[in-house]
Design a protein around this ligand. Structure first.
Ligand code: UD1
Ligand code: CA
Length: 461
């Protein structure tokens, strides 16, 4: 069986954070979840996560059938190091298993690289295989030291390396494939006799080489996959890399991104063909966008379903559904549980909350539609307010098909306007309006002839 051991007990001091490092997010997803998702995709069905600092938060926020947590003691004076961390997971490893060791702070590794690493390990009959790459600036990483004939000799940590060894460009990714039996044997052979007083997992390689076991390195070209995160700067760099990967995927699937560098799309979002996304869009969570849509301006869409041929400009949409052909914005806000039928128009400065609007209905300017069920073909004039709250409770309004709500009206809920009901502009509606009725609920206009003259206003000016 393939078993993953994922190291995530370290403190992450350089993040300068109250939260565990592996819970920091890139493109909306925690670092540790990237590693676990890729491991699972590569066919690693059991993943043992070694937690320590901030373990409660990690164990609470990331769960799954194939995830087992093991705790590494992290109190003052407790033994430390990647080797010691791996030892905590060995109770789950059988002699015949392959163990892939991963780091919770190296989230850009891909499933296909892990698959190739395991394939290479097996085909070479290795007992340990290190994933390596070459870096222009290898500072800080463990170096891959090879024998004169080219085979792997040892991994030397930057801090423990000689001048000559520091010149080596090939580095240890911190990702390995081990055969279970030899990993146990190697861990028994390491100590903490080094500059950091740590049990280094990297020393297992030297121990196995000395014991005459077959050990190898699997080098990859794409160094971005082993980009580790120790600081906020590296977090931002990882975000760049992941965003580029996600955005490339959409473009390959037929989505136009006008300026991909300035478009934030989380990995969970799906977008249909021929949709055009202009710079500045933020698409998050379980959002699904249909085909032939246009998304412009500072638009943010969270956990929402958008149909085909929808046009959206500078708008916030949360947890809502938008039907085919709708036009939304600029500067609209669809709050949670809103649902628009087909060809609905929601215009400038309109707020919709927990409301259903039927096909072809319109609220083109400056309205608040909250807690409402609105039929199809309804016109909601400029400045209409659905008065849904009495300071304590919320009430619902129901508007029938083809109703017309004149500008600057208030609909004081609970209230009903039946189909083809007309509300005159400026009305405050507190009673139901029947089918086909016109309701005028405002003071009658009075014009007083000669009033200005009588008051002597003109003379005074
Ligand atoms: C490690 C490797 C180095 C490699 C680099 C790649 C060792 C000794 N060095 O160095 O060769 O180039 O990764 O990124 O292995 N952790 C624990 N418990 C511990 C110590 C660490 O769980 O007691 C976890 C950390 O949370 C982290 C991972 O192990 O996720 C790596 O530890 P870190 O201290 O970052 O190792 P590096 O110095 O980066
Ligand atoms: Ca690290």
């Amino acid at each position: 069986m393939n078993i993953g051991i994922i190291l995530a007990a370290g403190e992450g001091t350089r993040m300068k954070s109250r939260h565990p490092k592996v819970l920091h997010k890139i493109s909306g997803k925690p670092l540790l979840s990237y590693v676990l998702d890729e491991a699972e995709k590569a066919g690693i069905r059991r993943n043992v996560v070694i937690v320590g600092h901030g373990k409660e938060a990690v164990m609470e926020s990331i769960t799954g059938e194939n995830i087992i947590y093991e705790e590494q003691p992290v109190h003052q004076g407790a033994p430390y190091g990647t080797g010691y961390a791996v030892m905590q997971g060995m109770g789950h490893v059988g002699d015949e298993d392959n163990v892939v060791v991963l780091c919770g702070d190296t989230p850009l590794i891909t499933a296909s690289t892990l698959t190739e690493l395991m394939k290479y390990h097996n085909s070479q009959n290795n007992k340990a295989t290190v994933l390596t790459t070459c870096l222009e600036d290898p500072t800080g990483y463990g170096r891959i030291v090879r024998k004169s004939e080219g085979s792997l000799q040892a991994i030397v940590e930057h801090k423990d390396a000689t001048e000559d060894q520091r010149k080596i460009g090939e580095i240890n990714s911190g990702i390995y494939c081990f055969s279970g039996k030899e990993l146990k044997l190697g861990l028994d052979g390491i100590n903490n006799d080094n500059s950091q007083n740590e049990y280094y997992l990297t020393d297992v390689i030297g121990v196995l080489v000395e014991g005459g076991y077959k050990v190898g390195a699997f080098m990859i070209e794409d160094a971005s996959q082993i980009h580790g995160i120790n600081s906020r700067v590296q977090l931002a760099q990882a975000d760049d890399i992941i965003r580029e990967r996600i955005n490339l995927g959409h473009m390959e699937n037929g989505v136009t991104l006008i300026n991909p560098k300035d478009t934030y799309i989380e990995s969970t979002v799906r977008i249909g063909r021929d949709t055009i996304v202009y710079p500045g869009a933020v698409l998050e969570g379980d959002t699904v966008i249909g085909e032939d849509c246009t998304i412009r301006g500072a638009t943010r869409i969270v956990d929402s379903i958008i149909g085909d041929e929808v046009s959206i400009e500078s708008t916030l949409i949360e947890n809502s559904k938008v039907g085919d052909g709708c036009k939304i914005g600029p500067y609209a806000h669809l709050r949670p549980d809103s649902e628009l039928g087909r060809n609905v128009k929601i215009g400038n400065f309109v707020e919709i909350k927990k409301a259903i609007l039927g096909d072809d209905s319109k609220a083109s300017h400056l309205s608040y539609v909250g807690d409402a069920q609105v039929g199809s073909g309804v016109n909601i004039g400029c400045g209409v307010v659905f008065v849904n709250y009495d300071g304590e409770r919320k009430f619902k309004s129901i508007i029938g098909d083809n109703a017309f709500i004149g500008s600057n009206s208030n609909l004081v809920a609970p209230v009903k306007v039946e189909s083809w009901g007309y509300v005159a502009a400026g009305s405050t509606i507190t009673d139901n309006v029947g089918e086909g009725e016109l309701s005028i609920a405002r003071a009658r206009q009075v014009n007083k002839a000669g009033w200005v003259e009588k008051k002597g206003l003109k003379k005074r000016k």
